[in-house]
Structure formats: structure tokens, C-alpha cells
Design a binder for this molecule. Structure first.
Ligand SMILES: [Zn+2]
Length: 75
């Protein structure tokens, strides 16, 4: 089952789309060409692209994405 979520792009702050697929989670932003695909089981980054972001930065972005539901439940 595939579900879609609207999220804030971690790169430019515009509204981006996050797709929850069976085995992966894909986040893409049409405003800045940000793209990240992570494995839904392991959380590993399968594919990532964003203008102006080096590959090593995706580790910190990934942790932000992972923590997002926790931050939301606290507020
Ligand atoms: Zn963006």
C-alpha cells in the first residue's frame, strides 16, 4: 500500500511530498529538486539528491526525519 504525506522539505522549507511505499519511503520536493529514498525497515538511505547538500549531510537530515513524529507528539 502506498500512502502520501505532505511534509516540509528539509532542504528549502517548501511543501514536499513523502510517499510511503511497502519497502521504502520517498521524499521529494519539486521546489528545489530534493530527493531522498530510505528503506522503511532499516532507515538506510537508498537514494538521495539535493542541490547544495553533500552526501555526508544526509546522515543528519535522516535523523531529523526519524525524529519528526516524536517532536509532533510532544507539542
Ligand atoms: Zn525543497
Amino acid at each position: 500500500m502506498t500512502t502520501q504525506q505532505t511534509v516540509r522539505c528539509p532542504n528549502c522549507g517548501s511543501l514536499a511530498e513523502r510517499w510511503h511505499h511497502a519497502n521504502s519511503i520517498q521524499t521529494e520536493c519539486s521546489a528545489c529538486d530534493y530527493l531522498m529514498v530510505t528503506c522503511s525497515k532499516t532507515g538506510n538511505v537508498l537514494e538521495a539528491y539535493a542541490p547544495g547538500i553533500s552526501v555526508s549531510d544526509f546522515v543528519s537530515i535522516q535523523s531529523v526525519l526519524t525524529l519528526e513524529p516524536l517532536a509532533r507528539s510532544l507539542s
